[in-house]
Write a protein that binds this ligand. Structure first.
Ligand SMILES: Cc1cc2nc3c(=O)[nH]c(=O)nc-3n(C[C@H](O)[C@H](O)[C@H](O)COP(=O)(O)OP(=O)(O)OC[C@H]3O[C@@H](n4cnc5c(N)ncnc54)[C@H](O)[C@@H]3O)c2cc1C
Length: 269
């Protein structure tokens, strides 16, 4: 028997692994077929990549309005200045090199009967299979229905490239002695540890740069919902005096002019 090199073995194992694990529907399509993926975030980008890897015969079109992707993951490090914004940026070149057809546009309609998506620019894309991965949208509380009001209270929970610099500028412009109010929605929401991580990052910035300021956390939930012990320790020990944590404090309304948040336990500004 001929000896087999490690490289040949890994190559052979990789090929057979993809064949074994490929869903039957994709294997059947590998000679042809067209998949349209809506949204080039973690979900859509990963799906597009593995469709091309596992089934190179399938034509994959990824519809995404932005030229590059800015990750929410790690974005909380941006607020104290630990990373620059471009640390969060990933271009789509890798997907294009794998044969993904990148379509810079937004989907405005899907006709599931005739299998056609319509883009904002007017173009129509036919599909055999459709992947819908446009991320999240918000349920804004009373007082934030108007886009002008929303613009005064940046969430930085998506659209990072536009939202995060705005939030950081507000933090930088805040006077020493000011308050940074952060609200946590009831579960389920995107990234349960995220608000508590952001609290710590903002608190670490305040300790260093505005030591008379503090973070007020208004949590709609009865307690911290992720890594409870770690964040209680962070709020009560590490950042003691800089974080004021309130459970059972769902937002009932926001006044974007006075930057005041109302809850059943009181109003916070
Ligand atoms: C502060 C923060 C920290 C986080 N930290 C972590 C972490 O450490 N680990 C972790 O696993 N997760 C983390 N997450 C969660 C993670 O970011 C999300 O789970 C992930 O981004 C979801 O990916 P997605 O592809 O579903 O959506 P998104 O990443 O939001 O991507 C959606 C894409 O769809 C596009 N799109 C929207 N509408 C349309 C349309 N009509 N047509 C075409 N394209 C459209 C958008 O432009 C966007 O590029 C964090 C989230 C936040 C907010």
């Amino acid at each position: 028997m001929n000896p087999i090199s490690r490289r040949d073995f890994v190559k052979a194992a990789g090929i057979s692994a993809s064949v074994v694990f490929l869903p039957a529907s994709l294997r059947a399509q590998s000679a042809a077929g067209r998949v349209v993926v809506i949204g080039g975030g973690f979900g859509g980008g990963t799906t597009a990549k593995y469709l091309r890897l596992w089934s190179p015969g399938v034509q994959v079109s990824l519809v995404e309005p932005n030229a590059t992707y800015h990750s929410c993951v790690m974005s909380n490090l941006y607020y104290p200045g630990s990373i620059p914004l471009d640390f969060l940026e990933t271009p789509y070149d890798g997907l294009v090199r794998r044969g993904v057809d990148l379509v810079r546009d937004s989907v405005v309609a899907v006709d599931t009967g005739s299998h056609i998506v319509t883009l904002r620019g007017g173009r129509q894309l036919p599909y055999d299979k459709l992947v819908v991965a446009p991320g999240i949208d918000f349920v804004f509380p009373p007082g934030l229905e108007d886009p002008a009001a929303q613009a005064r209270v940046p969430h930085a929970w998506k659209a990072i490239v536009e939202q995060a610099p705005r939030l950081r500028s507000m933090l930088r412009a805040m006077p020493d002695g000011g308050t940074f109010v952060l609200t946590v929605p009831p579960l389920p929401y995107r990234c349960p540890p995220g608000p508590y991580e952001r609290t710590c990052m903002v608190a670490s910035y305040l300790r260093r740069s505005k030591p008379r300021s503090r973070v007020i956390v208004l949590d709609a939930n009865p307690d911290i919902v992720a890594k409870r012990d770690i964040f209680h320790h962070a709020f009560e020990v590490t950042h003691r005096g800089y974080v004021e944590y309130h459970p059972n404090a769902p937002v009932t309304s926001v006044d974007a002019d006075t930057l005041t948040v109302s809850t059943p336990i009181g109003s916070f500004r």
